[in-house]
Design a protein around this ligand. Structure first.
Ligand code: HPA
Length: 253
């Protein structure tokens, strides 16, 4: 059976309730992951948890070693990976506190190590990325949200910007014009790297602020953290419900 991994973002430094078994600190061919990967049990499942920004030092979105993170999880046997991302809300329904399970993304990042393909294998690596998120895993998340009675958006387009600064109001209007419903900084190249290694990857976005130019208040990290703290229990319930469902024999591979 393939192992399950969870990548936590801002506000999800620890997976509350995780019964820690051990930590894995091995480096990869691409360097060290953001932090040693925690192996533990939650919702009756063994899983691997990695905080994307590391801790206690916070690695900014453009400096995260996405290749090391994905490669470390893959080496531990993770084949199904759920990523948690804090995002700004763009479309009217995407108010702070809203949980979104996006089905599409638009990549605006640049200059990141975005592929495992260094040209050395002698063959070309063109992954099919028509659907950037794994459909069965995404549906399992939607079903888990429904089963747990968690209000959520089952579709959405996740715009991924370079950061670390937030966007200008004009940039957000452009993202809205491109169809983006939410905007974050860490969804890529993570999703594509997972696909390159054949891992099923899906994403849960938590809206923590109205995107630039759409709200009345200045955007601060404090404001985002307050929403994340308030909603941490919802994310945990969603993950627990998902894990219980994935542990059921029919869902196990
Ligand atoms: N923009 C980009 N990334 C973010 C935002 C935002 O408004 N909020 C949280 N992460």
């Amino acid at each position: 059976m393939s192992s399950i991994g969870i990548i936590g973002g801002t506000g999800l430094e620890q997976l509350q309730g995780l019964d820690l078994i051990r930590e894995h600190s091995a480096d990869t061919a691409f360097g060290a992951p953001s932090r040693p990967v925690q192996e533990g049990r939650l919702g009756g499942q063994t899983l691997f948890f990695l905080h994307r920004h590391g801790s206690p030092r916070a690695i900014p979105p453009h400096r995260i070693n996405y290749r090391a993170n994905i490669s470390a999880l893959h080496a531990l046997g993770v084949r199904r990976l759920v990523a948690i991302n804090a995002v700004g809300g763009i479309s009217p329904d995407m108010q702070p506190g809203r949980l979104v399970i996006p089905d599409q993304l638009v990549d605006y990042t640049w200059g990141r190590e975005h592929t495992f393909d260094d040209g050395g294998s002698g063959s070309l690596l063109h992954i099919d990325f028509t659907e950037p998120y794994d459909r069965p895993l995404r549906l399992a998340l939607v079903e888990a949200a429904e089963a747990a009675g968690i209000a959520h958006e089952p579709f959405g387009i996740h715009g991924v910007t370079q950061g670390p600064r937030l966007e200008t109001a004009a940039e957000v209007r452009r993202l809205a014009g491109d169809g983006c419903d939410v905007v974050g900084m860490t969804g890529m190249p993570e999703a594509a790297l997972a696909r390159e290694l054949g891992m099923a990857y899906a994403c849960v976005c938590m809206v923590v602020n109205p995107a630039a130019g759409l709200g009345d208040l200045p955007l601060t990290l404090d404001m985002m953290r307050r929403i994340l703290e308030r909603e941490a229990g919802v994310v945990r319930t969603l993950l627990e419900t998902l894990l219980v469902a994935l542990a059921a024999p029919a869902a196990a591979e």
